[in-house]
Design a protein around this ligand. Sequence first.
Ligand SMILES: [Zn+2]
Length: 249
Amino acid sequence: MFENAPEKDKCYICVNCGKKVKSLFKKYSASVLKLTDCESCHNVADKYVEYDVVIIIIDLVLLQKTAYRHVLFNVDFKNFWKLSVILLLMEAYSELMRSSPERVIKTNEDEKPFLNEFNEMADFLFYKLSLNVAIKTSCFMLVLYFLTKMYCKVLRRDVIDFVSVWKTLTISSFGTFLLLPSLMWDTSVQEFHLCVVSLYTTMSQLLAYTALCNCQKFWSIITIFSAYYCKTFCFDFLDAVYTNIVNNI
Ligand SMILES: [Zn+2]
């Protein structure tokens, strides 16, 4: 999933202090390499170069900023957009399950898998929710990108592109996978479960954004919560537009 292949003329980041380093390691032979030390903090610039992917994922789950810096800056993770699509569909499915509790109760009584009970209306609802989630996530990303661009411009820092913001948001939203147990086995605890997942995802987004911009936590909190506010406003606006269209048909 993560590739550590260094590219020529690419700048890397020390995972400890966030300063730039020219390379992560020096290769002496096919099997011998030496990790580079950071000139600013004098620690090994990126210890994760030698680590297995599983260890990196565990550190991401444990909200280690060093792991986020490694994935965001020092690896070539091109397929993050696929993860983004999976997360989008999972969130839409979660909203579908919460918006049709009577359907779940009915299917539980019948002791049949609820997926087989979805009719055309449920399919349409799922497509509508997927579109809603896609628009909301885009709104969240655009606000985040705009505020990040403004931050970089004011402090005269290197510009952070939209793809980096998208990648950060995707990787820090993997907490959505924690919805799986609730979606699959016990829909009765879903609201409480959803709160826990939302809290964890927000914490992970705050940490990932801090790692991306190497900024103060205060600015991360302002940025992420502003983006959340705009996302919620966008959701209410979409809901009002949809209700208006349905009433006029
Ligand atoms: Zn350093």
